[in-house]
Structure formats: C-alpha cells, structure tokens
Design a protein around this ligand. Structure first.
Ligand code: SF4
Length: 357
C-alpha cells in the first residue's frame, strides 16, 4: 500500500468518526436509557434490545424498570414473573440470563456492576456487544460495539466486501471499529454509529441524502449500498411440526411446563406430539389411542418463525379428559392461572383465537 493510500484511509477514518458523532449529538433519539448513567438501566436496555427493535423493546424496558427498580429487586424476583414480563420478546434464554446475571451481581459484587470490559464479559448473558456498550457508555472505556447496524454502516462507508458473518469478516470489522473509536467519547461514538445504522443507513432504502458521511461513502459513490454488507449464503431453514392436544373442560385448560433444553424451555404449552413431516390428524391421534369421536375441533395451521426454524403447529381440542396420557405432566389451570403463566407467543395466539383468553 502506498503512503498516499494510507493517508487517505486514515483521513477517511478521522472524517467518519468526527462526522458521525457530530450528527449523533444533534439528531439522537430521546430514549430513557440515554438520560442515565446507571449501569443497571444501561445493561437492562442493552439486553432487551439484543435482536429487538427500539420501538418494540421500549415498553418492556419501562415495565422492567417499574417492576424491578434496582438490580437487587430483579435478583430477588421470581423467575416466572420475569418470564411473564418478558413474554412476547422471544429468545427466552435472554430473560433467564438476565435473572442469573442480576443474582450474580448482587452476590459477588454487592449489587454494583463491574466496570471493566474483561469482567463484564464474564457475566451470564453479557457478550462482547453488551460488555462493550456498558464499558464505553458508563465507564468511558474505548471498546467498540459491533452489531448489525455497525457492520452495515462500516461495510458501506468503507466498501468492505468480506462477509460479515465469516471469521475473517468478524475480525476485520472488529479491528476497524476499534481503530475508529474516539477515545475521548467512546460511549457517544458507539451509540452514534448504531444510531446512524438504525435511522439513516437502514438495510433497505438508506437515506443517503441526509447522511453526514455521504460525501466519502464508497457505497454511495459507487451506488453499491444494496450489495453491502455481504453475507455468506443462507442455510436452509428447517421446519418443525407440532401437534398440540388441547384438553379443555369448560373454564379449565391443561397446560404443561416445557422441561427439556429445547425451544421455549420453562414456558407453558400443551401436550405436544412432534413429527418430522406433516401428518393427517386422524391417523396421528389413532396412533396415540384417541378416536375421531374424541376430537372437538382442529385448528387451522399456525406458522411461527424462529431464528433458524419454522414452527408449523395445529391445535386439536380433545373433549374426553380420560384420554390424557398418564405421563403427560399436565397442570389444570383456570383462565386466570393460564393468563398469568409465561407462554410462547404461538400459544397465546391460539388461546386468543380460540376465545379462551
Ligand atoms: S451515504 Fe448512504 S450508504 Fe453511505 S453510510 Fe450514508 S446512508 Fe449508508
């Protein structure tokens, strides 16, 4: 690489960092976790916002702060209450880790979050992204946050074509992000790039005309924004077929806590028969000793998208409670009890559609 190119590159980096921060200070959204430097609030917002858009996460953040004003309150809470409040956000492992982390912070650190990135990353549910966010925003440590927004903005501005989900890509983007960070204002800088990605350099139809770095953006100048960032070819999404037997007796319904380390661990659903392929309902039930006459009704197909899986489900209401399998582990619940239990969104959709809740 010649000296001129290196100079241009460094100049581009300085221009990028300064322009993005200046834009952020003028245009940032007024969000509650930006009005505080309390690590508990910042941590909570970052965990909620992992894989969740701000619009969707905001009411959850407010509900959690109201229910658990401090990390001590959260640590002392009942897991079921946490899962219930989390309901609808998905990725329930995050909620379980949230609780485990709060307990650890109270037990080992006397309720005070550790300050250093290296300590933060050891806490349950805190990965490089969340640790960098807390360390930079609260403790002004110069560690770059790299999330989907950051990958997109950097790939476009610098015209980087290495797949962002490859090992080489991750290394390259992390190195670049850490070279760009403003050591005097690391928190502002990190939030600025993420905010630019969320508001201006959006996945589709980026608002380049309003972008503070447009004049030197490789993707804008080369009209390649729709080709960046590059990702590895997608793997095929598998489907899972779930046939739920819904035992219901007027105002009572039978629910089951999911005990295996699978999707929705610890949440409540119905007695479930899983198959590799779609099955005719009558044949499936006959194989489980249930005759056609015991079926009250069969729901239409429900489809529910998880990150790497598609769930295809059918709900079959059974009117004969003597058909409940002996090993089913079902719990009889009133409407009120069923309403309070943490359940996957799919189950809630069915309960609402069927008029039970
Ligand atoms: S100019 Fe357009 S493509 Fe380039 S960083 Fe700004 S919004 Fe993204």
């Amino acid at each position: 690489m010649n000296i001129e190119k290196i100079d241009n590159q460094e100049d581009g980096q300085v221009f990028f960092a300064a322009s993005v921060r200046k834009w952020y200070l003028k245009n940032k959204r007024n969000l509650p976790w930006r009005q505080t430097s309390d690590p508990y609030h910042i941590w909570l917002s970052e965990v909620i916002l992992q894989q969740t858009r701000v619009q969707q996460g905001l009411p959850y953040y407010q509900k959690f702060i109201e229910a658990f004003p401090t990390v001590n309150h959260l640590a002392a809470a009942n897991t079921q209450k946490i899962l219930r409040l989390w309901q609808g956000l998905g990725y329930y492992t995050r909620a379980r880790n949230l609780h485990a982390c709060a307990r650890l912070v109270v037990k080992q650190f006397d309720g005070r979050f550790p300050q250093q990135y290296e300590q933060l990353i050891k806490l349950p549910g805190i990965g490089p992204y969340t640790a960098a966010a807390i360390a930079s925003i609260v403790h002004h440590q110069a560690v770059a946050v790299v999330d989907g927004n950051v990958y997109r903005v950097l790939a476009r501005f610098f015209g980087i074509e290495t797949p962002v989900d490859s090992t080489a890509g991750k290394r390259q983007f992390h190195q670049l992000a850490n070279a760009l960070i403003d050591p005097k204002h690391p928190g502002d800088y990190n939030q600025a790039v993420m905010e630019l990605g969320a508001l201006i350099c959006t996945p589709r139809n980026p608002r380049c005309t309003e972008c503070p770095v447009q004049q030197r953006c490789v993707a804008y100048l080369g009209k390649t924004w729709n080709k960046l960032p590059v990702k590895k070819p997608k793997t095929v999404v598998d489907s899972r077929y779930l046939y739920y037997l819904v035992f219901r007796n007027g105002e009572k319904i039978y629910l089951k806590k999911r005990a295996s380390r699978d999707i929705w661990y610890g949440l409540y659903d119905f007695y479930c028969i899983e198959t590799k392929r779609p099955q005719p309902v009558n044949r499936l039930l006959k194989n489980h000793g249930i005759e056609k006459s015991a079926i009250r009704q069969v729901s239409p197909l429900y489809s529910h998208q998880l990150t790497h899986r598609k769930i295809v489900a059918r709900f079959i209401e059974i009117n004969d409670l003597s058909k409940i399998p002996g090993d089913a582990g079902l719990r009889m619940c009133s409407r009120r009890q069923a309403e309070k239990l943490p359940k996957p969104v799919l189950i809630n959709r069915y309960l609402a559609d069927s008029g039970f809740l």
